[in-house]
Design a binder for this molecule. Structure first.
Ligand SMILES: Cc1cc2nc3c(=O)[nH]c(=O)nc-3n(C[C@H](O)[C@H](O)[C@H](O)COP(=O)(O)O)c2cc1C
Length: 217
């Protein structure tokens, strides 16, 4: 990359980050093509970090209008789940370590590590994550899901769409409605769509009051 293209990329990055806002009013008839939703997920998930690269995120994409309508009471009647083009239910997989062979096998196939190392990494990950306390495992996978959530929001924004992360829903009712197996922990709902009304500005605490240097006063 030349200096100029690097600067342009930095400017683009800032404009994407700075222009993201939670949008709650969407064009109800606008449909994001499935390929574009796949691109958002693909790009976000491909670049997100996760503990031991276990990638515990799973994506349940709800686009069916009737199903979105049935999500309304589950989501405390927040209309964005109906009007957004899609609602991505971001799940965290409590048995993500079952994909350890696949993950490290792919790294081996790509030439990133030897066969022996890939087997060791897979074995270690499987052993570690299958035996840690459930509460700690949940903490890890929910944190990782948060990392991919931010990437999803920024990727959607970069493609001209908007989102709103939502924790305001009934987890058990959602599980029931979408028949979500117990191994998947629902984190946020993420409506994605074309904004009808821009998100309103929000204030932030001054960073100086949130940052400590070397010691917490
Ligand atoms: C974990 C989480 C849960 C949230 N839940 C909801 C929600 O249920 N409904 C909603 O309208 N906004 C929800 N929000 C959005 C926040 O209100 C919003 O991010 C915050 O006010 C800052 O505004 P901004 O996103 O426009 O920068 C949630 C945000 C996060 C991170």
């Amino acid at each position: 990359m030349t200096t100029q293209t690097t600067l342009a990329a930095v400017a683009d990055f800032h404009s994407v980050v700075q222009s993201r806002r939670s949008v709650r009013r969407y064009e109800p008839d606008f449909r994001i093509p499935r390929e574009e939703l796949e691109t958002i997920i693909e790009r976000a998930a491909k670049a997100a970090p996760s503990s031991s690269n276990m990638q515990p995120w799973r994506f349940l994409v709800v686009t069916d209008p009737e199903l979105k309508q049935r999500m309304l009471p589950v989501a405390n009647n927040q209309q964005q789940v109906v009007n957004a083009s899609a609602v991505l239910v971001l799940l965290a997989d409590k048995q993500m370590y079952e994909k350890a062979d696949e993950i490290y096998g792919a790294a081996r196939d790509a030439g990133y590590m030897t066969e022996e190392l890939s087997r060791q990494f897979a074995e270690n990950s499987r052993r570690t994550y299958s035996s840690i306390p459930a509460e700690r495992l949940l903490e890890i996978i929910v944190f990782d899901a948060g990392l991919v959530a931010m990437q999803l929001m920024l990727q959607a924004r970069a493609m001209g769409y908007d989102t709103v992360p939502m924790g305001g829903y009934n987890r058990e009712a959602l599980r029931e409605l979408l028949a979500i197996p117990d191994r998947y922990h629902p984190t946020i709902l993420l409506p994605i769509g074309k904004a009808a009304v821009p998100g309103h500005p929000t204030a932030r605490l001054p960073i100086s009051g949130l940052t400590y240097w070397n010691t917490i006063e």
